[in-house]
Write a protein that binds this ligand. Structure first.
Ligand SMILES: [Zn+2]
Length: 360
């Protein structure tokens, strides 16, 4: 390592440089490099930026926005990109079009004018930050922008209607942490969740709620009341935007979401306890007459009062069927005979549970 005097090729001033490496290399560099002093380097940079700005203006390119340094860098990135081949960006663009619009066949790849226009629009990105962020993947970034433009041109109405309708259905979390949107679709028999991003806490949550990963989406075949609402609320808490049917949105907004529920079995003989997070097995099994009927804890309906209290204390939601079953008790007089020793019990009206009510 040593310091050498060199002279600036531009202004001829003398300045010191530090050189490393073998002696021979250093000598070669001293003789062959175009040495520029700091001032001349700065000047050259400025001139280059000015040249790029002039060229951009001449080509009708967007004026870049950002800090002075960002703009200077972004100008170079953009100029180099525009001077390079377009074919990679175009191939990304077509790939994306085919993915997004299966009916894309109706557009000939030869509609050169549309492609050119989309390219021109895409490189018109004014944010210096955008160019710097995407500098290593400009082919893809520009290709995706082009595809967006082309879809807009081809399918303006249909696309807009769908997008606007979806925008109305979106619920945004307080702080959004993920780009992808969780879309919840409910049909009569199942619930489907589309969420392409890999997020471990989301995966655990939907698994807990009984969803299985099938064909790149989460599916639950038991469409239990409150399950879609539970997933929506949890996703929002994780910072994920959610698209869901209106009933689900209403419940989430109203804060009437439960992590655990009590249902009534189809034959009306049992209350079914189900939870989607935490472990409630032991507590549910403490109820009288309880048994495990995977994935539920079942409790005979005669224990409606115990079930009602338990649900209230432990924050279980009650399905309509369960509520109806519990309310049956309110009309029934509960009789708890006290035995008096030495006396005969007087016959009572009915036997505690009126037979007629059972089938009400
Ligand atoms: Zn100089």
């Amino acid at each position: 390592m040593a310091k050498y005097d060199v002279s600036c090729k531009k202004c001829n001033c003398t300045f010191k440089v530090q050189l490393f490496g073998p002696h021979k290399d250093r000598e070669w560099r001293l003789e062959n490099y175009t040495w520029l002093c700091k001032e001349c380097q700065e000047l050259e940079k400025k001139e280059k930026v000015e040249r790029l700005l002039e060229e951009a203006a001449a080509e009708d390119l967007a004026a870049l926005q950002g800090s002075e340094k960002q703009i200077a860098w972004a100008l170079q990135i953009r100029a180099a990109f525009i001077a390079s081949e377009r074919k990679h960006a175009i191939s990304y663009c077509f790939h994306e079009l085919k993915r997004k619009a299966p009916s894309f066949d109706k557009v000939e790849e030869s509609s050169q004018q549309i492609v050119n226009e989309a390219f021109a629009q895409a490189v018109n990105e004014p944010s210096a930050h955008w160019w710097i962020d995407n500098r290593n993947d400009l082919d893809m970034a520009i290709g995706l922008k082009m595809a967006g433009q082309i879809l807009d041109i081809l399918n303006p109405v249909e696309q807009k209607v769908e997008e606007e309708a979806k925008a109305e259905m979106v619920m945004l979390p307080e702080t959004r942490r993920y780009d992808s949107i969780c879309e919840i679709i409910k049909t009569k028999n199942d619930i489907t969740i589309h969420f392409p991003e890999k997020v471990e806490e989301f995966r655990l949550m939907v698994r807990g709620a009984g969803f299985a990963w099938e064909n790149k989406r989460w599916v639950a075949t038991a469409n239990l009341i409150g399950k879609a609402e539970f997933v929506a609320a949890k996703a929002l808490q994780m910072g994920i935007a959610v698209i869901a049917p209106e009933s689900v949105r209403e419940a989430v907004k109203a804060g009437s979401v439960y992590e655990r529920w009590v249902y009534l079995s189809k034959d009306g003989k049992y209350f079914y306890f189900r939870w989607w997070s935490g472990d409630w097995y032991k507590q549910c099994r403490s109820l009288p007459g309880s048994r495990w009927e995977k994935p539920f804890v079942a409790v005979p309906v005669i224990y409606r009062d115990e079930v009602s209290d338990f649900a209230k204390i432990n924050g279980f939601g009650l399905s309509t069927g369960a509520v109806e079953e519990i309310n049956k008790s309110s009309g029934t007089e509960i009789i708890n005979p006290v035995m008096k020793s030495g006396e005969e019990i007087e016959p009572m009206a009915g036997n505690g549970i009126a037979e007629g009510l059972k089938d009400d």
